[in-house]
Write a protein that binds this ligand. Structure first.
Ligand code: 5GP
Length: 125
């Protein structure tokens, strides 16, 4: 079910539980501001999710309430993961769903990194 990204943060969401260590994930990278792990249902040969450690519902929420340090730390982490995975030369796609029309399912901000093949058009036609 897609979520309404204007709703308040819900501490019981799956990514909050991963951050608390209650659920396992295949970690790719972790620092003070971000955690990156493999998507459980990959949509490309490489499909990584990067999430901020803070409790933010969406990109909208994060860009409004996140501190400068959190935002810089998170954005740098996304770039670092892509470089560490060797994705800059072949290329990759970043995607962050926000709310109902985008079909965001987990109400904790996550940036998808897709790579490993030609990724096709940006949107389904
Ligand atoms: P959204 O549609 O909200 O942008 O993306 C949610 C993503 O989270 C989906 O790609 C889905 O496969 C992934 N996902 C859902 N549950 C889990 C889980 O328990 N572990 C991991 N690693 N990924 C999950």
């Amino acid at each position: 079910m897609p979520i309404d990204a204007t709703l308040p943060y819900d501490d019981s969401n799956i990514f909050a539980r991963i951050l608390r260590g209650e659920l396992l994930s295949k970690t790719v990278y972790e620092d003070e501001y971000a955690l990156a792990f493999h998507d459980i249902n990959p949509q490309a040969p490489l499909h990584i999710l990067v999430i901020p450690k803070g409790a933010y519902v969406s990109w909208d929420d994060f860009s409004e309430r996140g501190s400068d340090a959190e935002i810089a730390g998170f954005v740098r982490a996304v770039g670092l993961v892509a470089r560490d995975q060797g994705l800059v030369a072949p290329g990759y796609r970043l995607l962050a769903n926000v709310g109902l029309d985008s079909h965001q399912e987990i109400p904790h901000l996550h940036v998808h990194i897709f790579a490993g093949q030609k990724l096709g058009p940006m949107l389904a036609r």
